[in-house]
Design a protein around this ligand. Structure first.
Ligand code: ATP
Ligand code: MG
Length: 335
């Protein structure tokens, strides 16, 4: 296989550690903001339990997976015993209840791909989406959160990559670029692949947590407190990892043949997944296997135009990390 040039990191990359950590610090939500999120969650939980005593409310997405930047919306999932056909009814009833409790901008979007109720809390200023029975999302949220507890560098790297993607306009699934969830999986996989590894593969270890959802067995090792030293053999600081991440996606990744897989902690081939050609709307131009829904390629939103945009952005970022005098500014310049 012929890869394009992969750069050597010969210059003084360590000068960038402090500025990258400062950016990371500026992005994490404050304790005050987290308290407000909890306050809203408790309010909603109370309202919901009053109406449906047997239902459960869960946080998923960036507020639950620890990869949420400041001012994120809250994604919630209402787990309730209801047939798919009756979801709309529940959502409409839920919207009524929320409206009567003075929550603002309450809207039931019953025809959306993922039907939800949207709302804004005037007290905390936080917006929130509530969906029904998206239990796999609750479980992949836990998986991401557990990975984040193993090594602090995962959160640092993912915050910087998400911030870069948002600044550069490549975090828009409806325009054919990647979701935040996909970027976090790319970061986890990248850290599983470092030598020495920074992260283990939790799904390949003896499982301590296991649930079956929609006929999918979701099992992994979740006693992550025992893995706090896992990454200590690798001493690469954040700037080196950011440099290597962009270098990998610009020049190292084999887009034609490879699938990244957090589930196995390794690289799979497109051939073994049968992801070699376009099927329907799935073009498989950049392949990221979902850790639980393994027939699901998170790169499937990417088309022949947006793959070009994405790869040019990875190359731009790699060049900036290599040559620019001030990468911590240039990297995040609005497009
Ligand atoms: P942001 O900070 O941008 O809001 P986020 O962590 O909330 O980021 P999203 O990409 O908005 O990330 O996704 C929210 C959650 O929905 C994810 O954490 C994941 O649980 C779930 N999710 C999103 N996309 C998929 C997908 N294609 N397949 C399975 N689950 C997904
Ligand atoms: Mg979100």
């Amino acid at each position: 296989r012929i890869f394009r040039r992969q750069m050597q990191c010969r210059f003084d990359i360590d000068r960038l550690n402090a500025p990258f950590l400062a950016i990371y610090d500026s992005l994490i939500p404050t304790e005050e903001e987290k308290a407000k999120q909890n306050q809203l969650f408790t309010l909603l939980e109370t309202l919901i339990t009053k109406e449906w005593p047997e239902a459960q409310l869960y946080v998923y997405g960036s507020c639950g997976n620890s990869f949420g930047v400041s001012k994120s919306d809250i994604d919630l999932c209402l787990a309730i015993d209801v047939a798919d056909d009756n979801k709309s009814e529940i959502l409409l009833r839920l919207a009524d209840i929320l409206q009567s409790d003075n929550l603002q901008n309450v809207q039931a979007l019953t025809r959306a791909r993922v039907p939800i109720v949207k709302l804004m809390d005037p007290v905390t200023g936080i917006s929130c989406d509530i969906c029904i029975n998206n239990v796999l999302a609750v479980i992949n949220t836990k998986l991401l959160r557990d990975y984040a507890k193993i090594d602090a560098r995962l959160r640092q790297l993912a915050f910087i990559v998400k911030h870069w993607a948002k600044s550069r306009g490549v975090n828009e699934t409806y325009q054919g670029t990647l979701s935040s969830y996909a970027y976090v999986l790319m970061c986890i996989h990248f850290l599983q692949q470092r030598r020495p590894a920074v992260l283990p593969c939790l799904q390949e270890m003896q499982s301590t947590y296991s649930v079956t959802v929609e006929n999918i067995e979701c099992a992994f090792f979740d006693q992550v407190d025992k893995l706090r030293d896992f990454g200590s053999h690798n001493r690469e600081p954040i700037a080196k990892l950011v440099w290597a991440f962009f270098n990998y996606w610009a020049y190292g990744h084999d887009y034609a043949n490879s699938v990244i897989s957090v589930r196995t902690g390794s690289m799979l081939s497109k051939r073994e997944k049968d992801w070699t050609r376009r099927i329907g709307n799935d073009r498989h131009l950049i392949c990221i296997e979902d850790p639980f829904e393994i027939s699901h390629d998170l790169g499937r939103v990417v088309d022949k135009y947006s793959i070009k945009v994405l790869r040019e952005e990875f190359e731009r970022a790699a060049e900036i990390m290599q040559y620019d005098a001030n990468p911590c500014v240039k990297l995040f310049e609005p497009y």
